[in-house]
Write a protein that binds this ligand. Structure first.
Ligand code: SF4
Length: 684
């Protein structure tokens, strides 16, 4: 190897994961040969997950899209011919221009967290669609129920700093398979465990994380608020409360106290489907540890907010630390997301001012299935005529996928997809445009699991004819005749704008990351960023919307036991080697997962004549999904786990688990209810 042709480039992991690792890519002769964790970056600690360790394989994958493609077969057939960029962009611009002349709201941008980068995510794209006056997208598909719940309680997506979990004495890992999706937190939890901390996992599934904790509370999906209220009941009745903290730093405690007293552990045990003693013991552990002055911490994750009452559940859990004064310690409190800690200059990046006087409608990405099939109406506005998809794969990941497929199969819908690979969504495109990966472009990142800013430098030149998202939207802006100077900003300039005046860009250039200046124990003296400055057990803002101002347990739309035809509750957590629908096409990772599976408890499998390894048909009124039964102790009785998210084309009979999930929305945040889903299972 000639050392002069070898370089190491510092970047950032772009994936939808709270860890936001710092990457070091080794490049030899223009080829990325290795992607490793940056040992200099404390949160990364030189370690990456198995998925992103394969990022060089993913980037140089033989199936990377390297040229623009134009559809030549029927919608969804995946038949395309290669075209030049000019041909593609000229035609796309002409089609969008014609639609915009009738009503720009008939154009819908559809994007999510295929990259978490602020530049290749929503910068130039948002500028273009704002300038056009296209429909706005309500980006709800993952975290908005919990985000809104947290905001109405703590004032924003804020919480304790992740590194201090290592000093906690009791950690509740709630709704999270940390080993699979928050690996660097898990390392801290392990450190705490070595120092004598107790780890409790609260999750319907006996995940890899659950089996390594001291205790696993396998509650029924969508019953987390009932458990939190029962814990409060016990904290009150045993007086494990921090009265001083409650008095000075909470709002509405008296009302919440009254509500919690309606939730004795027996009531919660019946709702949650767990032994009453387990609830009592958890409350005792939490209350007594805190009472001794030791730090108690909760690592909440988004799994538990994917049911009807998800927003309320997050509110209930987020109140717990205030009851025992856990915030007084830097190793106490709760962390769901730290993303609200970042002073991102979003308006600077996305330029909503380009809307001028236009006030486009907002389309919820969760209901894309129904919305693509809706006719024009005064309530909805114009029929959707064009969709531009980037950083997302809705045909695989959006709920109720029969409807989503039907919508994207509309011959009269003009669909453009910017992608790395020929995904299920790309199969339905009129144009597929090859996008750069993280190794080929500039970007800048915050995180939702720590509080560092990371810069991503390109390590290699774009492969084939791949172009950055920003470049594509710049080129479209030019063809649409938009000459605002902001469409000339290059990607490095956009990176500088993201945290201008807050983070020293030279530090980022030199080191690749910089840390926000946040107090170790941000709410030790209250000072929550809520309207009252307190932890809001009662939210006047919610009450003003006609909602309950206090958190409560809201039973699932599809509550276990409520439908004899579909007696099993289903959740669909990610398979360990996939990240949403990313990495499903990386052969070495798919080989580990082997096939789409449904985890079942033996007590549910046996009466149905289902044995481990059988092909099964999982169904409800929305559709049916075919996969292999894995019978064992990962699933609790009454609940099946359909691990996701397989691309439909890699699934059995072209199906994936979202055939079964519904488009109904959560109590707060207008989010999907993926884990609020009843099914029946038969041997296929
Ligand atoms: S997916 Fe998460 S754990 Fe894996 S490299 Fe990216 S940020 Fe790190």
């Amino acid at each position: 190897m000639n050392a002069s042709n070898t370089a190491q480039v510092v970047g950032a992991c772009p994936h939808d994961c709270p860890d936001t690792c710092s990457l070091v890519t080794t490049v030899v002769d223009g080829v990325a040969v290795r992607v490793a964790g940056n040992p200099e970056h404390a949160h990364t600690g030189g370690v990456l997950c198995a998925k992103v360790s394969k990022y060089a394989e993913r980037t140089h994958h033989p199936e990377r899209l390297l040229h623009p493609l134009k559809r030549v077969g029927p919608k969804g057939s995946g038949q395309f011919r290669r075209v030049s960029w000019d041909e593609a962009l000229d035609d796309i611009a002409a089609r969008l221009k014609a639609i915009a002349a009738r009503d720009p709201q008939a154009i819908l941008p559809y994007s999510y967290a295929g990259t978490m980068g602020l530049v290749q995510g929503e910068s130039m794209a948002a500028r273009l669609f704002h300038r056009l006056g296209a429909s706005l997208l309500d980006r709800t598909i993952c975290s908005s129920a919990g985000g809104e719940g947290l905001t109405h309680t703590l004032g924003g997506k804020v919480g304790m700093q992740v590194q201090f979990f290592a000093e906690s004495r009791l950690i509740l890992i709630w709704g999270s398979n940390s080993i699979g999706s928050n690996l660097h937190f898990w390392r801290l939890a392990q450190e705490a465990k070595r120092n004598g901390a107790r780890l409790v996992c609260i999750d319907p599934r006996r995940s890899e994380t659950a089996e390594k904790c001291h205790e696993h509370i396998a509650l029924l999906p969508g019953t987390d608020a009932a458990l939190a209220l029962a814990l409060m009941h016990e904290l009150i009745t045993h007086d494990w409360l921090d009265h001083g903290y409650l008095e000075q730093h909470t709002l509405g405690w008296d009302g919440l106290r009254e509500r919690a007293l309606q939730w004795p552990p027996e009531r919660a045990a019946a709702v949650c489907g767990v032994p009453v003693e387990q609830i009592r013991q958890l409350a005792r552990d939490y209350g007594e540890t805190a009472k001794r002055g030791e730090p108690v911490a909760i690592r909440l994750n988004y799994g538990m907010q994917r049911a009807r009452g998800g927003g309320n559940a997050v509110r209930a859990v987020a109140c717990l630390p205030a009851l025992v004064g856990a915030w007084r310690h830097r190793a106490g409190g709760v962390l769901l997301s730290s993303s609200g800690s970042y002073p991102v200059r979003r308006a600077r990046l996305q330029r909503p001012d380009l809307l001028g006087a236009q006030r486009p409608r907002v389309v919820n990405m969760t209901t894309i299935g129904d919305d693509l099939l809706r006719d024009a109406s005064p309530a909805f506005g114009p029929r959707i005529e064009a969709v531009v998809v980037y950083n997302s794969n809705p045909v695989a990941v959006a709920p109720d996928s029969s409807r989503v497929v039907q919508g994207f199969a509309r011959e009269d819908l003009f669909t453009v997809v910017l992608e790395h690979f020929q995904t299920d969504t790309a199969d339905h495109a009129d144009y597929v445009l090859p996008a750069t990966t993280q190794l080929e472009h500039w970007d800048i990142h915050g995180s939702y699991g720590h509080t560092d800013v990371l810069l991503n430098r390109p390590a290699i030149a774009p492969l084939g004819e791949a172009r950055t998202n920003t470049d594509v939207f710049r080129a479209l802006a030019e063809r649409l005749g938009f000459d605002d100077p902001c469409f000339q900003d290059n990607d490095e300039a956009l990176c500088r704008q993201a945290f201008e005046g807050v983070i020293d860009f030279d530090t980022l250039l030199a080191r690749g990351y910089a840390t926000l200046d946040i107090p170790d124990a941000p709410f030790a003296q209250g000072g929550f960023p809520t309207p009252s400055g307190r932890c809001e057990c009662f939210s006047a803002a919610l009450a003003a919307q006609g909602l309950d101002g206090l958190p409560d347990h809201l039973p699932n739309f599809e509550a276990p036991g409520s439908d004899p035809r579909h007696p099993l509750a289903m959740i669909s957590p990610p398979a360990r080697n996939f990240l949403n629908s990313s990495f499903v096409n990386v052969t070495s990772l798919r080989d580990i997962e082997r096939e789409p599976v449904l985890e079942m408890h033996a007590g549910d499998a046996a009466p149905r004549g289902i044995a481990d390894g059988d092909l099964v048909r999982v169904f409800n009124d929305r559709g049916e999904y075919h996969c292999t039964a894995r019978v064992g102790d990962r699933a609790r009785p009454g609940v099946v786990n359909g691990l996701g998210i397989w691309w439909r084309k890699f699934g059995v009979r072209g199906t994936n688990v979202n055939q079964l999930t519904s488009q109904r929305l959560t109590d707060l945040g207008r989010a999907p209810t993926f884990y609020d889903c009843l099914v029946e299972v038969h041997k296929a």
